[in-house]
Design a protein around this ligand. Structure first.
Ligand SMILES: [Zn+2]
Length: 280
């Protein structure tokens, strides 16, 4: 589908975040990188237009390493999205970040192994455009404005979010060994997940604001002494927190700058460099 330009904010997360909204419109979008994880679901929150994208597809059939991250961010931008909120489930690497902790990271460590992580790979797009060699800055991978909105929204709901921390992203789909978990913690990691990269990096390459909201669903193997993480436990804790996480997301959406009013560095990440292709 062509650029419909009618949603300024994107939320990458499952149906628990939009299924009860009135007037949700399903839009199928294709991209030069193939199909995104699912249709986009466009709805209104507090007067803002929001595009929801189920990261793992409806029914949660896509494992983290099979998600077409490039298509997902491209599709969101093609419907007018400029600011993205990316909630995700993570494991706590420190005992103080137990299940139910909401941490809004300010740093990221990429420990993935085999993902298409850039639009600037030098390969021609189907239309014939060839990306230029571009190196975007990622020293601070998350939007400072979005982070502040997320932390304030959580506090406004009585949920004392952890403001800052390092999200370690592993390839998955398996969970970490105890030694890996201890190593991530010793290297300064706060929480560990499987989807935070390359989402933030790709968003930066498209000059999108990106904010990660991580919900701790379990203590990672190195931070607890039991059997380690189970998928059932992750799903149970996520379900127990999805209502208040949705409230926080919607409050954050309402607090984000209006379209066209962004003055953060994310909006100028390319610094005027010609990417070699038209941004969607
Ligand atoms: Zn920004």
């Amino acid at each position: 589908m062509a650029n419909t330009g009618n949603a300024g904010i994107g939320v990458i997360g499952g149906s628990g975040f939009y299924s009860f909204l009135d007037d949700v419109t399903e839009v199928r979008v294709d991209t030069p990188y193939g199909a995104p994880s699912d249709s986009l679901f466009l709805g209104g929150i507090g007067g803002r237009r929001v595009a929801f994208l189920p990261r793992h597809g409806r029914g949660h059939h896509l494992p983290p390493h099979r998600i077409n991250y490039r298509a997902n961010l491209w599709a969101l931008r093609s419907v007018g999205v400029r600011q993205v909120l990316g909630p995700c489930a993570v494991g706590g690497l420190r005992p103080e970040y137990g299940p139910g902790t909401l941490l809004v990271p300010d740093q990221l460590v990429d420990r993935t192994k085999n993902r298409a992580s850039t639009y600037f790979d030098g390969l021609p797009l189907p239309g014939g455009d060839v990306p230029n060699v571009v190196h975007v800055p990622l020293a601070d991978p998350y939007c400072p404005v979005g982070r502040a909105a997320a932390v304030a929204a959580a506090r406004g709901r009585g949920w004392e979010a952890v403001d800052g921390g390092t999200l370690v992203v592993v390839e998955g789909p398996r969970f970490s060994t105890r030694a890996e978990s201890l190593w991530h913690r010793a290297q300064g990691g706060s929480v560990v997940g499987m989807t935070g990269h390359p989402e933030a990096a790709l968003a930066r390459e498209l000059e999108l604001c990106y904010t990660s909201l991580t919900l701790v669903t379990d203590l990672d193997a190195g931070a607890e002494s039991g059997e380690g993480v189970s998928h059932e436990e992750v799903l149970r804790v996520f379900a127990a927190n999805v209502d208040r996480l949705r409230s926080v997301l919607f409050d954050a959406v309402a607090a984000l700058p209006e379209d066209g009013a962004r003055d953060c560095l994310c909006a100028k990440a390319l610094g005027g460099t010609d990417p070699g292709f038209a941004l969607p």
